[in-house]
Design a binder for this molecule. Sequence first.
Ligand code: SAH
Length: 420
Amino acid sequence: MSKAIFEDLARTLPAPGAKRISLRVVPQAERSIRQGHPWLYSNSIEEQGHEGAPGDFGVVFDRKRRFLAIGLYDPTSPIRLRVLHHGDPVKIDDAFFASRLAAAAEKRKVFADPARPITDGYRLVNGESDGFPGLVVDRYADTLVAKLYTPAWIPHLASIVAGLRAVRPHERLVLRLNRAMQKTPEFLHGLQDGQILHGRELSGPVVFHENGLRFEAEPVVGQKTGFFLDQRDNRARVEAISRDQDVLNVFSYTGGFTVYAARGGALSVTSVDISAPAMDATDRNLALNKSDRNVARCRHDSVVQDAFAALEEMASQERRFGVVILDPPMFAQSSAQVGAALSNYQRLTRLGLELLEPGGTLVQASCSNRVPAETFFQAVEDAARGFRRPLTDIRCTGHAVDHPVAFEGGSYLKCIFARA
Ligand code: SAH
């Protein structure tokens, strides 16, 4: 980054308030903060020194006025404080953030191992679990994407930008803002979703590598930060079981599982997604890997349709596949939706099993953090048993190394691999 851009950001964005906001909280919140939980909800605050702006520092004190934690204050969210540090008092400054970023980069060292096929797309900072509550940074080759989930990071953005530059040299940095933030422009100080914070403008997708495969990501307009990096290890597992199989990839997005299955030697892959642009990207991702003989040989069928309708239609045509992958979007946005989500997962299990050859492999994932892993696995197993296709050789997987989970509630991804 040129020094000018850094100074520009530092000048146009607000600084955090000089005075820290002191907070006294209800006993239950005090307990959960002592246990290291990173969120303090507004309704847990009993007493507050003064009102603050997003990104001001808030300090939680216990009944005896002892320091418990310091974090970023956010008056726009029910999560009023996101804890940066628990325990003894500490100064939060550029050096603090720089050392946290260095620790996060260190955790991802495996991706730089020259003995492994190249992977230059991964999550560099996974929010709360890397000590940056409400901030995610993904790397796609020379492009970094910083996604904010709270305006509380805005006063600290210049510091983060400088720190990222130091730990992970890159050509450009894209800023993404979550949906809630986009609805409160008055707190954004002119920042916009998709803005290039520094580096060259982006006219289309960027190409990056995952386990030696090439993929497009859409950092400016794509879902999440442009690609579902969290499924990398599960995709590699699919590659390992795809040889000579007809593979069905449902909710395929831009074809992550599709390309891996093709390289694994699948005879054919059928991708199903409701999004036509995602399907077009799938074709481009396959084309990007045509130098691989298996990918070049694999037949690809695209189905742009609602997944449930497509599965029913294929079942009525008595289609069968050796591997069926079901990776739907989040079904439960709130705890009230968990019941409905579970019955949708079970409906998918039955539809998937109907299309699965006897002895084939079912791969079913859930990214709903409201649905606990055990509950999900049990629901899939129950549905399979009820459908008279009980699961065997069950393997359950969770989060990859670049998506660490360091607090209760931070876990969302789970996937079951099983024969039926
Ligand atoms: N498996 C993908 C990620 C899936 S994200 C990967 O590894 O990259 C969920 C996908 O489900 C999105 O692409 C979205 O377009 C698609 N989707 C959402 N609702 C759908 C529906 N009713 N039918 C088919 N696809 C749907």
